[in-house]
Design a protein. Structure first.
Length: 175
C-alpha cells in the first residue's frame, strides 16, 4: 500500500509558517517580560533619582512618599551592612502610624538598622486601601506589615516573625 503525502499548495504553507513565527515571537516577548531582576525596571519615584550614596546613607526613607500606592523595588533601596526594616502601612491605620513614629527614631538609637516605608494607599482612597496593587501583590491581610532584610540584603523575616523582631527593636529603645 502506498502512503500518499498531501501536497499543500497556495496560501496554507505561508500561513502555517507565519503562525509558527508569530507564536515564537510572542513566546520570546513573554519570556523577556518575566525578568525578576529589579534593575530591569526603573521606579518612577523621587527616591529613584537619589544618588546611591545619599540613599544608602539615609537610615529612614519613605520610598513612595511622592506617589503613594505606587509599588517599588524595595531591594534597590536597602542599605548594605545593616538590617533593613521595611514597613508597609496605610495612613488610615492607627497602628501603622504609631509604629511609623517609633521607627523614625529606631535608626538613631540602633545604628545597625535602616528603615524603609511603603504607603499602600492610592491617593484617592480615604480608608485602608486593601485593593491597591501593593496590597494585592503582597497579599496583605494585616497592617502594618513588616519585611526584614539582613546586612547582605537577604530576606530574613516576613509577616509575623518580622513583626515580632520589630517589636523587639522597639522594646530595646529608650523611652
Amino acid at each position: 500500500m502506498m502512503t500518499i503525502r498531501p501536497i499543500i499548495t497556495g496560501a496554507r504553507p505561508a500561513l502555517a509558517m507565519a503562525s509558527r513565527f508569530s507564536i515564537s515571537l510572542f513566546a520570546l516577548m513573554l519570556l523577556s517580560s518575566c525578568s525578576n531582576d529589579p534593575r530591569d525596571e526603573v521606579d518612577d519615584l523621587a527616591v529613584a533619582k537619589m544618588p546611591t550614596e545619599q540613599m544608602q546613607s539615609t537610615d529612614f526613607l519613605s520610598l513612595n512618599e511622592d506617589k503613594p500606592g505606587t509599588q517599588c523595588h524595595v531591594q534597590r533601596y536597602l542599605v548594605p551592612g545593616k538590617y533593613n526594616v521595611v514597613m508597609y502601612y496605610s495612613p488610615y491605620d492607627a497602628t501603622s502610624m504609631n509604629y511609623a513614629q517609633r521607627l523614625m527614631q529606631l535608626p538613631q538609637v540602633n545604628r545597625n538598622v535602616a528603615v524603609r516605608t511603603i504607603n499602600i494607599n492610592r491617593p484617592e482612597i480615604q480608608a485602608i486601601d486593601w485593593e491597591s496593587q501593593i496590597a494585592l501583590d503582597m497579599q496583605l491581610q494585616t497592617l502594618p506589615f513588616f519585611v526584614i532584610y539582613g546586612p547582605r540584603q537577604e530576606l530574613r523575616a516576613k509577616g509575623r516573625p518580622a513583626f515580632e523582631q520589630v517589636n523587639q527593636f522597639i522594646r530595646e529603645m529608650p523611652n
